[in-house]
Design a protein around this ligand. Sequence first.
Ligand code: 8YV
Length: 325
Amino acid sequence: MSKPYVYITRNVPAESLEPLRDVAEVEMWPHKETPVPREVLLEKAKTSDALFTMLSDKIDAEVLDSAENLKVVANLAVGFDNIDVPHATEKKIAVCNTPEVLTDTTADLTFALLMATARRLPEAVDYVKNGEWQNWAPLLMAGHDVHHKTIGIVGMGRIGQTVAKRATGFDMNILYHNRSRKTEAENELGASYVSFDELIETSDFVVCMAPATNDTEDLFTYEVFEKMKSSAIFINASRGSVVVENDLEKALANKEIAAAGLDVFRHEPIGADHPLLKHSNVVALPHIGSASVETRKEMTALVSRNIRNVLEGNSPEAIVNEEVL
Ligand code: 8YV
């Protein structure tokens, strides 16, 4: 019997694929810098037993319906908003993701973004590198303190809680808002559950760590930014869809808030002409929450194990639609 066929939509580090190569014929989109074109994805999906996918691949009904043998779509991400999960479930196709392995790394990046935005690090680095540092001045590149301030975390899942853990090291007052209470965060980290309105009105740092869902779509509007302190700093390392970007731009222009640190955007990648980039108090990153060499290796290995488990008829370590098993 021929081996199952696995298609990988990006050029990923080869060494993490070993568990897969033992049991499957593995093919990978060969180009390092470019994503797989839609027509290639559709063509490859037709004969694939498993698809190893990225957040930027739209795995919609058209892809799922074109596939004749597909048993699993395994995303290299904890998020799976790029996949039509209900349709996959209907077709008994497993959808897998990579939780846990990226939690600490993403929380580290979120905190780094918060620090960089508060203390104006990118501006300060440019200032030195551009040779503008000619004199000392009392308020030269003065930013805002992080320690002992109030951080409000919207979305207290694994990553949100790990950001809160980082915040305890900075003696911060921790507020959170989530669909459900997280008593472990309250007991172990001293976090307080508050309403969304109380959080946005009283936090010095409003940090969004919520997943992309119908409930979180367009959550941060002008009205919400207007309610924040004018000294508040908004941090988003979750999904671009939670923010109405024009409203954020207007809120920054009108000084409704002090600054924003953004690792995610509604339509990625963004170009240099993106309206938010004209503000010097916006720190923008290219969606690198989980992008450490160590974590990307672990994520790739987990995707490989998820696929192998499904192909061998075992339960994968991380599955989104368990009902298909
Ligand atoms: C992705 C992410 O892994 O895991 C997620 O949901 O947003 C990132 O960590 C990254 O964009 C690669 O798909």
